[in-house]
Design a protein around this ligand. Structure first.
Ligand code: ADP
Length: 555
């Protein structure tokens, strides 16, 4: 633009200078021509007087003085009487010359033409004398040309100077015109002091700026919204483009894969994980299929769901979702184990019952042994019943069926009631069972709490030795209530301490069965504690005793 303006200005000024120079040259020529005519006329008039007085003598005198202009004296019939440059006799009759004609008729005449004799453009001026002859003065127009040509160097010089000055001026002016445009701040186009002609353009830029700004703001808000939603998701979420580069990764996914956002953003998914399951799922999704897989990371299991993203029939990328299925997997595993264990546990007493019953049915038992066999059957059936009851209790706790039953329970009174129930049993085993403490209220299910205390007391008596003690202690504290069941029994070996709360786990299988244990007692205690949001702690020393503490939170 700058160049164009500058070039246009230069061209314009050069054209102006050229036209002016030509006009000046033409005017000069005209002026010189007029002057030449006037000079020739004045000279003619002057000469007329001399010729009228002295005739051809005067003219001869003039010729000898070598005058510049040509003088011709013509008789009234056109015969040339004298010519200052040629012999008069050699010249033809001049009557037909327009200036001579005019001079004879009007007294004077002028004409400019190409002279046949001289071969030049000549100006003629003729004056009639009193005797009717005509005196003609002529001058070549070339002299005017020469004069004008003499001025040309000056004219050219002036033109060059003016053109140079005009170019300098044009350069400065172009810079001044362009400067505000160069300095234009497109961020705030309407605040600029700018040419009026640019106002519509600036207005448009300003409107477009506002619309771009609004779009950017909306985009940013959407992005932030998306980020904040996805960052609060428990599931890991990754958005990939169609080449497998990470476009977005949420906080959960970042933690699952243990990567930094900056390290993986806009890089291939391989930077996030090289796990085969991840790669297969992504490949499937980028191939237009739904991909699925299972990946184990840092001791946890995640289900992978990779879905392709289409837009207008074109695959744009894929979304990878990671669901933590550790608990589900564990629960499923436990359920499988539980089912297997239950079947096994039920099978044993049932087999015994069925065996004894078969012997009785076939009359293979002596009359005297019948009560013993019946007692065996009764014992096994009772064990079966206890087992079934424990299983039902556990299932109920598992499914949270008791959720609605929570209400304040006086734990100390309950502990005393349960303790009283076990007194007889304790006596038989020569164990002293005491319940002490202070009244304390716990919000929960009486039935579950009773079962928990009963299981703890049962174990404390069962796994005790003659002369041992069992202490049940209830204590209301600032931050909740504590229930402790402590015995001086056989204790639990260290390797089993973390496992005794598992279903069907027994330290000594035969002893437990002998005492009618199902292996579910402590599992019920653990589930009951979870149901009451209570903290469960076990301290035990082999051969010395066991202490189990349940800390109920303050309601
Ligand atoms: P069980 O019905 O066999 O008693 P539990 O789940 O109540 O099943 O207990 C699991 C195992 O933990 C028991 O088999 C026993 O070996 C051990 N145990 C539980 N309580 C005590 C305790 N107070 N003293 C010693 N061992 C115990």
């Amino acid at each position: 633009m700058k160049k164009r303006i500058f070039r246009s200005m230069c061209l314009l000024s050069a054209f102006g200078v050229l036209v002016t120079t030509l006009a000046v040259a033409v005017l000069l020529y005209q002026e010189f021509y007029d002057n030449m005519q006037l000079e020739v006329q004045t000279e003619a008039e002057y000469l007329v007087k001399g010729v009228e007085q002295d005739g051809s003598v005067y003219l001869e005198e003039i010729r000898n003085k070598s005058v510049q202009n040509r003088l011709t004296w013509i008789d009234s019939d056109g015969t040339v009487l004298f010519d200052s440059e040629t012999e008069a006799e050699a010249l033809d009759n001049h009557l037909s010359r327009p200036e001579v004609q005019d001079a004879i008729i009007k007294g004077s005449g002028k004409n400019a033409r190409l002279s046949g004799t001289m071969g030049q453009q000549i100006f003629y001026y003729a004056v009639r004398l009193e005797d009717g002859t005509v005196l003609r003065v002529s001058k070549t127009v070339d002299s005017v040309f020469r004069m004008v040509l003499g001025c040309v160097p000056y004219l050219v010089g002036i033109a060059v100077l003016v053109t140079g000055a005009a170019m300098l001026f044009a350069k400065r002016q172009t810079k001044r015109i362009i400067q505000p445009i160069n300095n234009l701040d497109l961020e705030t186009p309407m605040d600029q002091d700018m040419y009026e002609e640019l106002s519509p353009l600036l207005l448009r830029i300003s409107r477009q700026n506002a619309s771009i700004e609004a779009s950017l703001r909306a985009l940013k808000e959407q992005k932030e919204e998306f980020q904040s939603i996805t960052d609060h998701m428990r599931e890991g979420l990754l958005v990939l483009d169609n080449r497998g580069s990470v476009l977005s990764i949420n906080e959960s996914a970042r933690q699952i894969f243990q990567v930094q956002k900056d390290e993986v953003l806009h890089h291939n998914i391989l930077r996030v994980s090289r796990d085969e399951a991840v790669q297969h799922s992504v490949e499937a999704a980028l191939g237009g299929e739904n991909g699925e897989g299972l990946v184990d990371l840092d001791g946890r299991s995640y289900q992978l769901l990779a879905n392709p993203v289409w837009a207008d029939g074109i695959l744009k990328g894929c979304i990878l979702l990671l669901l933590d299925v550790t608990e589900r997997q564990k629960a499923e595993q436990q359920r499988r184990e539980f089912t297997a264990n239950v079947s096994h546990e039920l099978k044993t007493p049932l087999q015994s019952i069925s065996g004894y019953a078969e012997l009785l049915q076939n009359g293979l038992v002596k009359e005297a042994d019948v009560p013993r066999f019946s007692e065996r059957i009764y014992k096994e059936a009772s064990r079966l019943m206890a087992l079934v009851e424990d299983i039902i209790r556990l299932s109920q706790l598992d499914e949270g069926q008791e959720e609605m039953e929570k209400k304040p329970v006086e734990l100390f009174t309950l502990a005393k009631e349960v303790g009283a129930r076990f007194q007889e049993n304790a006596c038989q085993k020569e164990v002293t069972l005491t319940v002490a403490g202070r009244p304390a209220k716990v919000c929960g299910s009486r039935r579950i709490l009773e079962e928990m205390i009963a299981n703890l007391c049962d174990n404390a008596v069962k796994y005790n030795r003659a002369g041992g003690t069992v202490e049940v202690w209830v204590e209301p504290l600032e931050d909740g209530t504590v229930l402790t069941v402590e015995d001086t029994g056989i204790g639990i070996p260290e390797e089993s301490r973390s496992r005794v709360f598992e279903r069907f786990y027994r330290v000594d299988k035969s002893r437990s069965k002998e005492t009618g244990g199902t292996g579910l007692g402590l599992s019920i205690v653990k589930h009951g504690a979870q149901y009451h949001h209570a903290d469960l702690k076990l301290i035990s020393e082999l051969g010395k005793g066991t202490r189990i503490t349940i800390r109920f939170p303050k309601e």
